[in-house]
Ligand binder design. Structure first.
Ligand code: FMN
Length: 257
């Protein structure tokens, strides 16, 4: 075939495309394990940060994160239809709560809510921190809900009273940096510490207000300037996950009961 023929040009282009696509897909397969390991370490890191056991700016290796996690944190399983512990219900090593929520056999539908959560996994993974004597110090609960552009995935850490917030963090979202992305701002997050989730009647009262929260308010957190839509999403998220259709029964039975 002549090198300057149309057939040669098309054939050459096809071979280059094939080689390039084989290279890219081969690389994606080869790096999948590494990506999964990094994602798992990142999630553990966020649990450690929300628990106050790791500085936000620290850059530990995956091995250091894993060691700190194993030493301090105990994952537990909660049956979300009863709020009871159900540690043997699933295999923690392979269980993925987000996948479970998408599987009708492993989840149940929830009533319409502002957090836009449609299905609840039958089992949720929570994290406990105990002191050396075995006394519970913190419980860390997974939460997720809507921002303006994305779903925010995070954790809220509660003190053993099941009411006082120890911290909040979001480990995955796609809000605008400098606007909704300020949910990652260390100073804003520090405003959550010590706030109370429930009012005197047991209703969820914790919320992000527009503007500055009153200094003496036990439930109000400062707003996110120019990002009220993301901030409202955080309020809806907290309201849903602390409420009766999510972790409310677990908190009542195991922490506040
Ligand atoms: C490019 C662009 C990105 C934006 N990103 C966000 C965002 O991530 N979160 C958010 O709440 N608002 C975002 N906004 C602003 C919203 O449209 C809206 O104006 C704002 O949430 C209202 O908040 P405010 O009442 O505090 O000003 C963005 C606006 C623009 C133009």
């Amino acid at each position: 075939m002549q090198r300057n023929s149309t057939g040669y040009t098309i054939g050459f282009a096809a071979v280059v495309c094939l080689v390039a696509s084989l290279f890219v897909s081969g690389l994606a397969v080869a790096l999948k394990d590494l990506q999964d390991a990094n994602a798992a370490a990142d999630k553990q890191k966020k649990v450690l940060i929300v628990a106050g056991l790791l500085d936000e700016k620290a850059k530990p290796s995956n091995e250091e994160v894993e060691a700190l996690f194993v030493e301090n944190i105990t994952p537990r399983i909660v049956d979300m239809s009863t709020g009871e512990y159900a540690d043997d219900a699933v295999d923690l090593a392979s269980y993925d709560q987000r996948d479970a929520a998408k599987d009708p056999a492993m989840s149940f539908a929830v009533a319409e809510n502002k957090a836009k959560v449609k299905a609840m996994p039958n089992h949720a993974v929570i994290y406990e921190i105990k002191d050396d004597a075995g006394t519970l110090e913190q419980v860390i609960l997974p939460i997720h809900g809507p921002g303006l552009w994305s779903t925010l995935y995070g954790f809220i850490a509660l003190e053993p009273d099941g009411n006082t917030v120890k911290g909040i963090t979001f480990y995955e979202h796609a809000e605008t940096p400098g606007l909704g992305g300020e949910v990652d701002n260390v100073r804003w997050k520090s405003g959550w510490e010590g706030k109370k989730v429930f009012d005197g009647s047991g209703n969820v009262a914790l919320r992000v207000v527009k503007g500055k929260a009153a200094a003496d308010s036990p439930h109000d957190v400062d707003g996110l300037s120019g990002a009220t839509l993301t901030a409202n999403g955080v309020t809806y998220t907290v309201d849903f996950w602390m409420g009766e259709h999510a972790f409310g029964p677990f908190i009542t039975k195991n922490l506040r009961g």
